[in-house]
Structures are given as structure tokens and as C-alpha cells.
Design a protein around this ligand. Structure first.
Ligand code: SF4
Length: 293
């Protein structure tokens, strides 16, 4: 077994017991993974810390959505933010995800490695918040880099402190959500604070990584000229690292999930941006010299 695929155990009894369940094949968005569903709570927490398992909501293969080329996007469970416009509130709680072996995830990357390389694609970790499980994600990234596979982290950067400089080394591209440009708006939009996002972007830039910034444009929430200007100024601090900014118009595709989960949905009656608003925001970013999609 190569070093890449070696599965380091947290405790021996834990693995022995959990593998009794490993023959079960999970269907749907987790098909094909062995899942250590027999672990007790304490063992799961320990394995989560070491990255021997990760809690995964689902995964898919897509093209040019979450980074360049054909990619495997893995949606991790758990998110500390509560964005008003969240499309995936079903990923908020880590415990709602399914535990997946590190080894199984790495095997999955290996299986598609040739396709990734042929298309300039790779693996993307998204969420939820991908930085909530730094050990698992960074160990998969390390293995991917050893295979020559491109790595991409889709994140809000809110958990900047979870990532060491060494972990950052294995990120080729970051899809960084800059959800607003000032603390007050950021807090209103997400319930969190803005500073860690800025710091994470600057650390990526210092490490020579590439960034695609994502900004969700919600009329009446994130669309003020001042807010957009502030987002642009933050992006300027990332210097050459930014390849482009995605201005993503708000839509209501996530509304049914809020209803299903019986969570009060703050944007019940919100509309997507008009073409004129999108053009104004695009122009604002372009005036700062950014390429905007
Ligand atoms: S960071 Fe993403 S997953 Fe978390 S609440 Fe915001 S939009 Fe939803």
C-alpha cells in the first residue's frame, strides 16, 4: 500500500468494529463510499480530529462549476454561518452528514485521477463549510497532490484559524466567498464576522495561490454601492491572486429546503437582481480592474 492510500487508525478497536459495517453501500449522493457507521460517538470525534473520517453530505462529478475542468465536488457537512440566502441549509449540521473513511475518499480521487488530469479538473471540497473538517480535507488534498490532481477549496474563509500554512500549501485554487464588504452587513447576511475571510484571502495570496472570489448579489441586502465598493477594496488586498470575481445573482432555488426543514426563511419574498443592477455591480468591480463573470 502506498503512503498516499495508507489509512492511519485512530484506535484499533474502533476500526475493527466499524469495518463490520463497511460492506454497506450508501446510495444517492454518497454512493460508492464505505462508511464507518458503526463507530460510537467518542470514536467518531477522535477520528474526525485526525481526519481518519469526514462527515460528508454528498458528492458529484461536474464540469466547470466548482473550478476548472471536470471535477469531483464533495459537499462536507457542518457550517458555522447562517447566511440568509443559503441554498443548502441541509448541510448546516455536521451530524446530519454521513461519516466516510479517508481511505475511501482517496480511492475515489484515484479512480477519477486520469479524467481530472485530461480535462484540467480535480477535486473540490465545498459545503456546508469545507474548513470545518480541516484534517480530513487537507489529508485528501495531500493525497491528491501526490497523484498530480488539482485541488480547490470552496469556502467562506470564516474558519481561517483552522488552516495551517502547511495545509494551505496543498490548495491550488480557492473559491472564496466574500459575502459583504463591511462588518455590519456581513454580520446581517451571515451571523458571523468578516475579518477571518480577509485574513484567509491574504494568506492564500502570500502563499502564491489562486482565488476566484464569489459575491452573492441580493437586492436590498448586499447590493448597496458602498457594500460593493468595500468588497472590491477587500479583493484588492489579495493582489495578483485573484483571477476573477463571480457575481452570483440571488435566486430562490433553495427556498423549498428551508420549508422542508421548518426553518424560518428570511428571504421568503426576495427577488433576484435585475439586469441593470447586475450590470452596475459588474461595472463597479471592473472599475477596480477585476475580470467579472
Ligand atoms: S457559508 Fe454556505 S453553507 Fe454556510 S450558511 Fe452560508 S451559504 Fe450556507
Amino acid at each position: 500500500m502506498s503512503e498516499t492510500t495508507e489509512f492511519r487508525t485512530t484506535t484499533r478497536h474502533m476500526l475493527k468494529r466499524s469495518r463490520q459495517y463497511a460492506s454497506q453501500t450508501l446510495m444517492g449522493g454518497l454512493s460508492g463510499f464505505e462508511s464507518p457507521i458503526g463507530l460510537d460517538r467518542r470514536d467518531r470525534i477522535e477520528a474526525l480530529k485526525t481526519g481518519d473520517i469526514g462527515f460528508v453530505h454528498s458528492w458529484d462529478i461536474n464540469t466547470s462549476v466548482d473550478g476548472p475542468g471536470t471535477r469531483m465536488t464533495v459537499f462536507m457537512s457542518g457550517c458555522p454561518l447562517r447566511c440568509q440566502y443559503c441554498q443548502n441549509p441541509d448541510t448546516w449540521k455536521m451530524r446530519d452528514g454521513r461519516p466516510v473513511y479517508l481511505e475511501a475518499m482517496i480511492k475515489k480521487v484515484e479512480r477519477y485521477a486520469d479524467l481530472f488530469k485530461a480535462t484540467g479538473g480535480g477535486i473540490t471540497f465545498s459545503g456546508g463549510e469545507s474548513m470545518m473538517q480541516p484534517a480530513f480535507v487537507s489529508r485528501v488534498f495531500r493525497a491528491a497532490k501526490e497523484m498530480g490532481v488539482h485541488t480547490c477549496l470552496d469556502t467562506s474563509g470564516f474558519l481561517n484559524k483552522n488552516y495551517t500554512d502547511e495545509m494551505i500549501e496543498d490548495i491550488d485554487l480557492c473559491l472564496l466567498d466574500v459575502k459583504s464588504g463591511d462588518e455590519e452587513t456581513y454580520h446581517r447576511v451571515t451571523g458571523g464576522v468578516l475579518a477571518p475571510t480577509i485574513e484567509f484571502g491574504q494568506r492564500l495570496a502570500r502563499a502564491g495561490k489562486k482565488i476566484w472570489v464569489r459575491f452573492v448579489l441580493v437586492p436590498g441586502l448586499t447590493d448597496s454601492e458602498e457594500n460593493v465598493e468595500n468588497v472590491a477594496r477587500i479583493c484588492e488586498t489579495f493582489g495578483e491572486a485573484i483571477e476573477h470575481i463571480d457575481v452570483l445573482g440571488f435566486h430562490q432555488l433553495g427556498r423549498p429546503k428551508w420549508h422542508e426543514l421548518r426553518i424560518p426563511y428570511p428571504l421568503e419574498d426576495a427577488k433576484g437582481p435585475s439586469a441593470a443592477l447586475k450590470a452596475r455591480v459588474t461595472r463597479q468591480f471592473e472599475d477596480h480592474g477585476f475580470v467579472v463573470y
